[in-house]
Design a protein around this ligand. Structure first.
Ligand code: MF3
Ligand code: CO
Length: 251
């Protein structure tokens, strides 16, 4: 069942989203060579606690951390850990913020120091693909319009779109209907309506899209070892168009 949110609920989710956006902005300067993803995890937990918020991922289906930290060929759901990040790595930090019972979900890929041209281009294309998907999030369009916009752009740049993880509705819990694939056919799927709040979160690989699961049963990585990036926003569908609840003002 697809739930639609009132204007008040969307405003409350926006408060959570603004806080989440400020975390990613902080991480832009916090993340550098020598930092560990466990230090990022601890920084984020403290930052949220000090502002009266909590991380919704911790305890969700047995997940033990506030953040997911996915490095290089890891697609998503990497665990925070004690090894240092190296110059040239890319790391995607994903989190769901709960502020006063309202949720927002956003992931961002960060560069660790100087990165290769290949990694920078992957990040640029992935971020642009997110915004191309968001443009389609208007009442009357269909879910397939979002995936089609992302896929045609990313594949046109020579990259592939991960198939095994999708965006999703978000409300009282992290994952609600509908599911939002980042690939597909224009004009297909359920119609988007005012008041729906969804995440769009393309995971784009330099090589093939196939993913494999680590032994921890959470972390997905590329089968071919190629780099993977991800950008995610929580977006409300409104009469005025897509309303990005997790926007970082200067992005
Ligand atoms: N933020 C993730 C998403 O986009 C949720 C990760 S699952 C969790 O769907 F267990 F880590 F919470
Ligand atoms: Co999400």
């Amino acid at each position: 069942m697809i739930k639609r949110k009132s204007q008040r609920e969307i405003e409350k989710m926006h408060e959570a989203g603004k806080l989440l956006a400020s975390v990613h902005k902080q991480l832009r300067t916090f993340i550098k060579p020598g930092i560990t993803t466990m230090e990022i995890e601890n920084f984020v937990e403290k930052y949220l606690t000090e502002r009266g918020a909590t991380g919704e991922q911790k305890g969700y289906q047995g997940y033990e951390f506030t953040t997911c930290a996915s490095i290089n060929d890891e697609i998503c759901h990497g665990f925070p850990r004690k090894e240092k990040l190296n110059e040239g790595d890319i790391v995607t930090i994903d989190m769901v913020v709960n502020l006063n019972g309202f949720l927002a979900d956003s992931a961002w890929t960060h560069a660790v120091g100087e990165i290769s041209e290949e990694a920078q281009k992957l990040m640029d294309v992935t971020k642009t693909s997110l915004y191309k998907g968001i443009e389609q999030a208007v009442p009357g369009n269909r879910i397939g319009d979002i995936g089609h916009a992302i896929q045609s752009y990313a594949e046109g740049e020579g990259y592939s779109v991960v198939r095994d993880f999708t965006g999703h509705g978000i409300g009282d819990s992290i994952h609600e209907d509908p599911y939002i694939p980042h690939f597909g056919a224009a004009g297909k799927g359920a119609r988007l309506k005012e008041g729906m709040v969804i995440t769009i979160e393309p995971m784009i690989n330099v090589g093939k899209w196939a993913s494999q699961m680590d032994e921890n049963n959470w972390t997905a990585r590329t089968v071919d070892g190629s780099l993977s990036a991800q950008y995610e926003h929580t977006v409300a569908i409104t009469k005025e168009g897509p309303f990005i609840l997790t926007e970082q003002e200067d992005e």
